[in-house]
Design a protein around this ligand. Structure first.
Ligand code: KIV
Ligand code: ZN
Length: 524
């Protein structure tokens, strides 16, 4: 790299699997985490924050496995400011070709009060823990949590201590999404000017979107000298989420004239990752979301359509292909063969192994028999469904019949294959979905609470597939199941069973409450 490109190179640090997964209900399975990490690596993400290893056995296993499988990305784990967290983090990330330990402590007055440390005691803690991390790993990131509400002098003091102790990246988190672009830039500028050694390390920006300014705040920090942006796919994250990776990356690409920065991201992979993260997290992308929303490239009004037909640049600042969005068309029909399906899926960003393709092909044929036209979005929903509802799952929906209409009560008769054995039962309910869910509860008694039930039509038309998300909560464990089918009740029941399958895996992997959401940021 020349000095010039080095100066303009912005590292992309993706924390979908850590900060994103902390979003209540966004919990992903082990396999889903491995898949997302592999896609992020392939897309060119520089650093993947794979999890919080001390939080649970599941998190530790996921971070270790992601580290072992890493190809180009640096793999990072999160650790609080204590030796036990840092050692556990190192145990997980050390398998990576390029490991990183990320340790943090809340430095603002509000956060200092919780572990009850005064300024000097906290400074000492930072020195000890960063030194310890650096003795284990030569790539150490340190974050003063709630940096944007930390007194300027104290922020400069603790950043200097962390640099002297060996931190190679200093991250400046706007933990509660409080800052504003000018202030975000001023903080980075101040640290670069006032802290000895600041020119020897990389400054990172980590913004939350509580006031809708995460993208602007991140880019402002970069203009002021930060060279790492921390972000998540679809802006997934607690509360209003984190900086969206697709937004900062595309902003630097489209407005290269005023943001002359380079990333290593292959932007044509964005759409596929966005869809996978939405599907595994159960957090659908809002239709008007920048870059990846369903309507982001849709031109409804006559004036816009006319302009775009004459010259796309009239109303489009980027091309759908730039983010890997192939134009919607009638994809396939019931006479299409396996090779055509493989080619179409490849075009949509899915490179399936032969056995996966066979499974999707069977489902595609069944769908094509039931539905007049099979669109790209139908195929995407089929692939997502195939990935979430596996044959080796503990429970599967085998058969469902419902009776519904104006005269209640509605009835359902359900056959579930549980651990290889078929069980049939019937139940009534307040509507067909309720009746089907009651059957599931009778066949597999549990006390998980239904937290979310969401239905989306994949395409237009009354024969459209419905994708259903079901979120359950049991003893602090939150799981989201999903499924797609042209029959909404079938999709709902499968999504419910998918969530229960995930819950069973979580029960086996962790003790009650042994979950990232229950690890406090301040405790030991
Ligand atoms: O938002 C935040 O402060 C964090 C830290 C742990 C970096 O996510
Ligand atoms: Zn955060």
């Amino acid at each position: 790299m020349t000095d010039m490109t080095k100066q303009n190179r912005v590292l992309i640090f993706d924390t979908t699997l850590r900060d994103g997964e902390q979003s209540p209900g966004a919990t992903m399975t082990h396999e889903e985490k491995l898949e997302i990490a592999s896609l992020l690596d392939e897309m060119g993400v520089d650093i993947i924050e794979a999890g919080f290893p001390i939080a649970s056995e599941g998190d530790f296993a996921a971070v270790s496995e992601i580290a072992k499988r890493s190809r180009n990305s640096t793999i990072c784990g999160l650790a609080r400011a204590n030796f036990k967290d840092i050692d556990r983090c190192w145990e997980a990330v050390k398998h990576a070709k390029s490991p990183r330990i990320h340790t943090f402590i809340g430095t603002s007055p509000l956060h200092r009060a919780i572990p009850n440390l005064d300024m000097d005691q906290m400074a000492e803690r930072i020195h000890e823990t960063v030194t310890h991390a650096r003795n284990l790993c030569d790539n150490v990131q340190w974050s003063p949590m709630d940096a944007t509400r930390t007194e300027s002098d104290y922020l400069c003091r603790v950043v200097e201590i962390a640099i002297k102790a060996g931190a190679t990246t200093i991250n400046i988190p706007d933990t509660v999404g409080y800052t504003y672009p000018r202030e975000s830039a001023d903080i980075i500028r101040m640290l670069l000017e006032r802290v000895p050694g600041a020119d020897t390390i990389t400054f990172a920006t980590h913004c939350h979107n509580d006031l809708g300014m995460a993208t602007a705040n991140s880019l402002a920090a970069v203009e002021a000298g930060a060279r790492q942006i921390e972000c998540t796919i679809n802006g997934l994250g607690e509360r209003a989420g984190n900086t969206a990776l697709e937004e900062v990356v595309m902003a630097m690409k489209v407005r290269h004239d005023i943001l002359p920065f380079e990333t290593r991201i292959d932007t044509t992979k964005i759409m596929n990752l966005s869809r996978r993260v939405a599907s595994v997290s159960g957090f659908n992308v809002q239709f008007n979301k920048a870059i990846v929303g369903k309507n982001a490239f849709l031109h409804e009004s006559g004036i816009h359509q006319d302009g775009v037909l004459k010259n796309v640049e009239t109303f489009e600042i980027m091309r759908p292909e730039d983010i890997g969005l192939v134009q919607k068309n009638i994809a396939m029909g019931k006479h299409s063969g396996r090779a055509a399906l493989r080619a179409k899926l490849k075009e949509l960003g899915y490179d399936l192994a032969d056995n996966q393709l066979n499974d999707v092909f069977v489902r595609f044929k069944a769908l094509a028999d039931r539905k007049k036209e099979v669109y790209d979005d139908d195929l995407i929903a089929l692939v997502a469904d195939q990935a979430t509802n596996e044959e080796h799952d503990y429970m599967q929906v085998k058969r469902l019949r419902v009776v519904c209409g104006t005269e209640g009560p509605q009835e359902a008769e359900l056959t579930l294959t549980i651990d290889g054995v078929d069980h049939t039962i019937d139940a009534t309910g307040d509507g067909p979905v309720d009746a089907a869910f009651n059957c599931v509860k009778m066949l597999f008694p549990h006390h998980a609470r239904l937290e979310l039930y969401q239905v989306h039509a994949v395409t237009e038309g009354t024969d459209a597939q419905a994708t259903v998300s079901v979120r359950l909560q049991e003893d602090g464990r939150i799981v989201t199941g999903s499924s797609a089918d042209t029959d909404t009740i079938v999709a709902s029941t499968k999504a419910y069973v998918n969530a229960l399958n995930k819950l069973i895996v979580r029960r086996q992997k962790s003790a009650p409450g042994d979950d990232v959401k229950t690890v406090t940021y301040h405790g030991e």
